[in-house]
Write a protein that binds this ligand. Structure first.
Ligand code: 1PR
Length: 565
């Protein structure tokens, strides 16, 4: 079979390639307009902006051959942008025309009642089988085809599944003749997503063309109703802080308040002198990533925590780790550390976009930006403007790969002040420690949260709220909120901090630092409304596993993805 993949030049297509390889389906990349004639099956994956996708297809001379391919009746599978380009146009860029295979307009999700982008695992409802447990798939998008069956009776002819997010129902997959396309990412949706891909590739081409349906497969004819309900689940993310140990091996380590070295006593007494210990080694990054994927982690995060010392492009072992992890992890993979403009020792310059692109090519789905996001936010604030100048790492990467591919990771630290006399710039953000604070040192105190850079080594004067608002303006798709005060303490997430950030932005917020028991996860979702919770130490040390966390959450009426098989 001539299975071809269309890479329009942005977006992480490596994930799809890895998924097809895992399933044992050989494929060829479309590399010239002629390849469209050779293809007998075509998959078009993609993330990013509608305009960028159409522009890139045009520049590569692919747009017309793609149109002809679609008209030829040969089977087509579009993913995310590969679905959206099938429509007439998108409100994302009204002057850009889509392929017009499907009538209708792609529109932005309404953010008045929910975080946008819609990121996470949600159900795609094949409503003709209402008694069947819905399967969960990974979505990451801000635009969609909204589903209004009364206004659009023709939608029954092509809308195949619907999904509800907040108060809105949108079309999460379409099927029209030879065309099948999903708004979700099957290549990032674990076993359920791999099954969708596998079914499609294995179904004989004649059946996938011309709309012949196979009732027991994913291609059953749609019977739509508005029985959808918002099934977006809270995500549980396993995070690995990666660095070289003293012998130069890359290991997963874990700090206490960002100190990753074992504490040693200088004289063998109980006095702890916090120097000289070895880097804590909690395992191998790829082995742990595979283990967490199998246990049902909704996402995996790898942070290169000493990348500020070296250009990531020269850090071949880390790139090799990302490549190997991407081959065995079929949920989203975020890579952080050193995403910034860099200069190699020989003077070669690399932009942050080049660094990120290298990680995307290695198989990352998102990059996480720490220190550089702080500098970009500071520049935006000092410019007095309410939009960036397009040059920051956040903007350049979001422009090329879409904002959903950019996570800003904040490393805040508490700065204590005397509330009675404090008249500084952050007085509206002061938190007053309650008498029963889990941190004894906080009780009766007041503080604001300062951002830090270089893994907490330098504290800046910009506050966590200033940063969160600025990076949202610059185009981040998500904000990961660590806490230096809580990291590795096991005392629970910092709800004050998370509520503060959640109240500042519309993009999804990920809670991090401090998880010590399964109850902490239920607590953070209930108290702060964050979309996801990340933990490291308890998973690495095997104190609680992901299955137990999810069972506990489900028991406490928090929606989670439990079926991973
Ligand atoms: O600044 O863009 O190069 O990114 C550096 C990245 O590395 C940042 O995301 C920063 O948070 C991270 N980082 C730097 N130094 C450390 C360190 O620990 N010495 N790790 C570090 C940050 C925080 C989380 C941790 C959670 C959960 N670690 O990654 O996984 O706190 O831990 P827990 O569940 O055990 O409490 P740049």
């Amino acid at each position: 079979m001539g299975l071809y993949l269309l890479d329009y030049g942005a977006g992480n297509v490596q994930s799809l390639a890895n998924s097809l390889s895992k399933l044992g389906h050989p494929f060829t990349w479309i590399s010239s307009p002629d390849d469209f004639h050779k293809a007998t099956s075509l998959i078009f994956p993609g993330v990013g902006a509608f305009e960028t996708a159409i522009e890139n297809l045009t520049q590569k001379g692919f747009l017309e051959p793609l149109r002809e391919y679609l008209q030829s009746g040969k089977p087509y599978f579009g993913i995310c942008i590969g679905l959206q380009v099938l429509f007439q146009s998108s409100t994302e860029s009204l002057n850009v025309k889509g392929l017009d295979v499907i009538p209708g307009i792609i529109e932005r999700l309404d953010d008045s009642d929910k975080a946008v982008p819609h990121i996470g695992w949600n159900s795609a409802d094949l409503v003709q089988t209402p008694d069947v447990e819905p399967a969960y798939y990974y979505f990451v998008h801000s635009y969609c085809s909204k589903y209004f069956p009364k206004d659009r009776p023709d939608a029954a002819g092509w809308a195949y599944t619907t999904t509800q997010y907040g108060g809105e129902v949108f079309v999460s997959s379409v099927r029209k003749g030879n065309v099948f396309a999903t708004q979700f990412h099957p290549e990032k949706s674990g076993a359920a997503g791999l099954a969708v891909l596998d079914n499609w590739v294995k179904t004989p081409e004649a059946e996938r063309s011309a709309g012949v349906s196979k009732p027991e497969s994913l291609y059953s004819p749609p019977v739509l109703s508005l029985k959808s309900k918002d099934n977006l689940t809270k995500r549980i993310i396993a995070c690995m802080d990666v660095r070289s140990d003293d012998d130069g091996n890359l290991v997963v380590t874990k700090g206490d308040q960002y100190d990753v070295r074992e504490k040693v006593s200088s004289d063998g007494t109980s006095m702890r002198v916090e120097t000289g210990g070895a880097v804590r080694n909690l395992g191998k990054p790829v082995t742990l990533a595979a283990k967490y994927y199998a246990a049902g982690a909704d996402e995996i995060c790898l942070l290169n925590i000493t990348s500020f010392r070296q250009s990531p492009l020269q850090d071949q072992p880390m790139l090799a780790v990302v490549r190997a992890a991407a081959e065995c992890v079929f949920v989203p993979l975020t890579i952080g550390g050193g995403i910034k403009d860099t200069i190699d020792p020989d003077g070669t310059k690399h932009t942050a976009l080049e660094v990120a692109s290298e990680y995307f090519r290695a198989g990352a789905d998102k990059v996480s930006i720490g220190s550089d996001a702080v500098f970009a936010a500071e520049m935006l604030l000092s410019s007095g403007q309410n939009r960036g100048n397009g040059t920051s790492s956040i903007e350049t990467i979001a422009h090329a790969y879409g904002s959903q591919a950019v996570v800003v990771s904040i490393d805040p630290r508490r700065v204590f002040v005397d509330a009675a006399t404090y008249d500084g710039p952050h007085k509206d953000e002061l938190i007053h420690g309650s008498a029963d604070s889990v941190f004894e040192a906080d009780r009766g105190k007041s503080w604001w949260y300062a951002c830090t850079v270089s893994g907490g080594r330098e504290t800046r004067s910009i506050s966590v709220c200033q940063l969160a608002r600025a990076v949202e303006v610059l185009g981040t798709g998500e904000i990961l909120v660590n806490s230096i005060d809580r990291d590795g303490t096991g005392l629970g997430f910092d709800s004050d901090l998370l509520r503060l950030v959640k109240g500042c932005v519309k993009v999804p917020v990920v809670a991090s630092s401090g998880a010590g028991k399964k109850e902490h996860f239920a607590d953070v979702f209930e108290k702060t409304g964050v979309e996801a919770a990340l933990a490291a130490g308890i998973f690495h040390r095997g104190e609680v596993d992901i299955v137990q966390v999810k069972e506990y959450l489900e028991h406490n009426a928090v929606k989670v993805r439990t079926s991973v098989a």
